[in-house]
Design a protein around this ligand. Structure first.
Ligand code: AMP
Length: 137
């Protein structure tokens, strides 16, 4: 068995968290180092590192409650804007290798800062990608 992640330990009640929501499949709690007040993490109880490893059932369970938790965070903080962030892999800033969704209220300057360096693809690359991705689905 792999060493449990910090979120696995939270699920096992080995370490505490500030829980705001729980059901049979999902736990949500406040981030210990929030980017803004109300920064909340929503995790599946299934212990996988990356979104693409998550079962359909657990994905559905998360999808069902994310908007509801986001509404509660907005109502509690007074925020109207927020980011939903989900990192996969160390190169994509993932630090805890248990799938998690961040709900991050934008409150003035507090919240997520995004560097968005858009690019464009070579001629034909888009069509090629569509064919390749569709073939995998
Ligand atoms: P990520 O970079 O997407 O893996 O984010 C991991 C997040 O988990 C960070 O925002 C951390 O502040 C948060 N975090 C780490 N340990 C804990 C903990 N024990 N309780 C709550 N949040 C945590």
């Amino acid at each position: 068995m792999p060493e449990p992640t910090i979120f696995g330990k939270i699920l096992d009640r080995e370490i505490p968290c500030h829980s705001v929501y729980e059901d049979d499949h999902v736990l949500a709690f406040l981030d210990v180092n929030p980017l803004s007040p109300g920064h909340t993490l929503v995790i599946p109880k299934e212990r996988v590192a990356f979104l693409h490893e998550l079962s359909d059932d657990q994905s559905a369970a998360i999808g069902r409650v994310l908007p509801r938790i986001a509404r509660a965070v907005l109502a509690a903080t007074g925020a109207t804007d927020y980011n939903l962030l989900q990192n996969n892999g160390a190169g994509a800033h993932q630090a805890v290798f248990h799938v998690h969704f961040h709900i991050i209220p934008k409150l003035g300057k507090r919240g997520l800062g995004v560097g968005w360096k858009s690019t464009s693809l070579e001629a034909g690359e888009t069509e090629e990608l569509v064919v390749k991705i569709r073939a995998q689905l």
